[in-house]
Each structure stands twice: as C-alpha cells, then as structure tokens.
Write a protein that binds this ligand. Structure first.
Ligand code: AMP
Ligand code: FE
Ligand code: FE
Ligand code: ZN
Length: 278
C-alpha cells in the first residue's frame, strides 16, 4: 500500500481578484486536488476573492483570510503579507478602495508612456483583461499580448513593464510601518514577503526591527542558500518562518505549482496564535 499523501499548506497565491489567472473557486478546486489542507489566498491589495474562495472551500479545506499589501520603503516596493484578519474591517475597506483608485490612476500614467512609444491602448483595453478590481502590470501585459505586440506576460515585462522598463511607473502606496499598523489594526498576523526580492540584501534585517510576526523563508525566488540565510534570520529575531509558492497561473515557466513549497504544517497555528487566535 502506498502511504497517504502528506497534507500540504499554501500561504501565498493569487486569483483573478488580482493578477492570478484562476478564479477563487478554481484555485480552491486546484488546492483540494493537490491535497492542500490550509489555503491562504493572498491577492495584491484586495480581499475581493476571499468570499468566493471561502464558499468554495467550505467543508473541504480551511481557507485562511490573506492579503499581500504593496508598501514602499525608500521609493521601492516592499510586499507585506497579512493573515487571519477581519476582511470586512472598515478601515481596511477604506484603505483598499484608495489603493484601487491609485492603481487605476497609475495605469493611466503607464498608458500615457506607452502612447509615447507609439502603442495606443486604453484603460478599457486593460480593464477587459482584469476580472477583479486590483488592476496592475500583469493585466497591461495581457492587453499587449491580446494586441499581439508581445508573445506572453514575461516578454511584456522584459520589453516594457519591468522595474527598469520604459513604461514602468512606481506606485506611492503606504510606508511599511503604515501598512503593518493597518494590518495589525484589523487583527492580522503580518509577514515580510519574499525578502530575497528586496532591493538591498541588508534591508530584511533592518525591516525586521518593525513588529512583523513572520518572515517568508520558502519562496520560489529564494535559492537554497537564501532560504538558509532567511531561516537563520527569522530564528534569531523570533519571527515565524513561513513560505508559499506565489502561484499566479498554471503551467508558468517562472513559478512553481500551487502547494509545491515545503512549508511546515505548524506554521498555520503559529500564525493563528500571532493573530490573536481568531
Ligand atoms: P504591479 O503591482 O502592478 O506593479 O504588478 C506587479 C506584479 O507583476 C507582481 O506581483 C508580479 O505578479 C508581476 N511581475 C512583476 N515583475 C514581473 C516579471 N518580470 N515577469 C512577470 N511578472 C512580473
Ligand atoms: Fe502578482
Ligand atoms: Fe509579492
Ligand atoms: Zn505574491
């Protein structure tokens, strides 16, 4: 007899509520079929997918409310993950509405830059690619693909949209301490996302001076040696080591499958406790 597959957890993934390609219900189906017992949906700057995910998950797996908030530090982006919070919190709702407005405004600015390069796309063209409210560069990439100007999202980032690309416009969101405070105010456990993607190697240690509960150690952008380094850092600061696949779409060449990062099961309870046991 074969051993039953070990239950898995997934603490970092995206749906059509932001820039993933699976709907929240489809993502839950995929999680169930991959033996995931605890699933946190962490869309960028929105909780718009959580209700559908919660309904699809009922009685099949535990759906953990999650979010990935874009913050900034010294003009660069820092992503902060929140777990086990109240998604309908008034302050959070107001904050996220402002984020969506800022995202649309910034998209207009990127379209203006694109126009300067001779490519005419409208906000409607981009919104047609976005099913949720959290519109971003991946949707603009999809609009460029639809126009057959590039072959896929990856090429759109390489040619136009990457952080050093000709169309990129940075977003002013909230500072990291502001983002942290906001998430804590609605009861979240807060985790510094993918520190290996920060613009400076020393920054993770500096940011962990803030009252983060955890540090994302196991992430596809981290090599084995990065994982070791961040695990040591998390332990030395008494932070919960967490991880996830950052899944956005099936069959991606650059990102692994849902639930494929080996993250210890006890991480869930550690986060739940840090969030106040709710
Ligand atoms: P935005 O929040 O609009 O700035 O878009 C950022 C999102 O774009 C990230 O969360 C990724 O999902 C995606 N992204 C960023 N850089 C790349 C890249 N080089 N290739 C593919 N996707 C990317
Ligand atoms: Fe994304
Ligand atoms: Fe991120
Ligand atoms: Zn992510």
């Amino acid at each position: 007899m074969t051993e039953p597959a070990k239950p898995r957890i997934e603490l970092h993934c995206h749906t059509t509520a932001s820039d993933g390609t699976l709907s929240p219900a489809e993502l839950v189906e995929r999680a169930v079929s991959r033996n995931i017992r605890y699933l946190a949906v962490t869309d960028h700057d929105t909780v718009g997918g959580l209700e559908e995910a919660r309904e699809a998950a009922a009685g099949r797996l535990e759906l953990i409310p999650g979010i990935e908030v874009s913050c900034y530090h010294q003009h660069r982006e820092v992503h902060v993950l929140g777990y086990f919070f109240e998604p309908r919190d008034d302050r959070l709702t107001e904050f996220l509405e402002a984020m969506q407005t800022a995202r649309r405004h910034r998209m207009e600015q990127m379209l203006e830059k694109l126009r300067g390069l001779g490519v005419e796309l409208t906000l409607e063209d981009v919104m047609a690619q976005a099913e949720g409210e959290s519109v971003g560069r991946p949707h603009l990439a999809d609009a460029l693909v639809a126009r057959e100007l590039v072959v896929d999202r990856q090429h759109a980032f390489e040619a136009y949209l990457g952080n050093r690309g000709p169309v990129y416009v940075p977003r002013r969101t909230v500072t990291v301490p502001e983002g942290l405070e906001l998430l804590k105010s609605c009861g979240a456990a807060v985790v510094l996302a993918h520190p290996g993607l920060l613009f400076s190697r020393a920054l993770a240690a500096e940011l962990l001076e803030l009252p983060f509960d955890g540090l994302e150690v196991w992430h596809p952008a981290h090599q084995k040696k990065d994982q070791k380094r961040f695990l040591r850092l998390a332990r030395s600061r008494a932070k919960i080591p967490t991880g996830g696949s950052d899944f956005h779409e099936p069959g991606s060449s650059s990102r692994p499958e849902l639930g494929s990062m080996r993250v210890p099961l006890e991480t869930v309870e550690a986060l739940r406790t840090a969030a106040g046991g709710t």
